[in-house]
Write a protein that binds this ligand. Structure first.
Ligand code: HEM
Length: 94
C-alpha cells in the first residue's frame, strides 16, 4: 500500500515530510504496525524506543540558529514557530 500511487503521490520518492501533509495521509493506507487482531504487539514499545534512539543521536549534535529568522508563532494547544525553526547542525566534539 505504501508504494501504491492510488494512496500516495510519488510513492517511490524518499519524502519523510509526506507524513506531515494531511493530503498524503489517507485513512488506513499508512499502517506500519498493521491493524486488527494480528497487529504488532510491540507498537507502543517501538514508538518509545524510537524516541530514545533519536535522543541519543541528538545528544551528539550541536545546534545553531540560522540568522534572520522570523520568530512569529502560532497559538495552538502549545506555541509553535510559524515558519519553523531552522538550525545548523554540527557534530559535537565528544
Ligand atoms: C518499528 C518497529 C516495528 C514495526 C514497524 C513492526 C511492524 C509489525 C507488523 C507490520 C506486524 C504484522 C505482521 C503481519 O501482519 O504479518 C507486526 C507484528 C508483530 N510485532 Fe512488530 N513491529 C515493530 C516492532 C516490534 C517490537 C519492538 C516487538 C516486540 C517487542 C514486536 C512484536 C511483534 C509481534 C509479536 C508481532 C506478531 C503479532 C501477532 O501476530 O499477533 N514488533 N509488527
Amino acid at each position: 500500500m505504501g508504494r501504491n500511487e492510488k494512496h500516495f503521490k510519488n510513492p517511490e520518492k524518499f519524502d519523510p515530510e509526506r507524513f506531515t501533509r494531511d493530503e498524503d495521509s489517507p485513512l488506513f493506507a499508512y499502517i506500519p504496525f498493521s491493524l486488527g487482531a494480528r497487529a504488532c504487539i510491540g507498537q507502543t514499545f517501538a514508538m518509545i524506543e524510537s524516541k530514545v534512539v533519536i535522543c541519543k543521536l541528538i545528544q551528539q549534535l550541536e545546534f545553531q540558529l540560522v540568522p534572520n529568522q522570523s520568530f512569529d508563532f502560532v497559538e495552538a494547544v502549545t506555541l509553535t514557530p510559524k515558519d519553523g525553526c531552522k538550525t545548523y547542525m554540527t557534530m559535537r566534539n565528544l
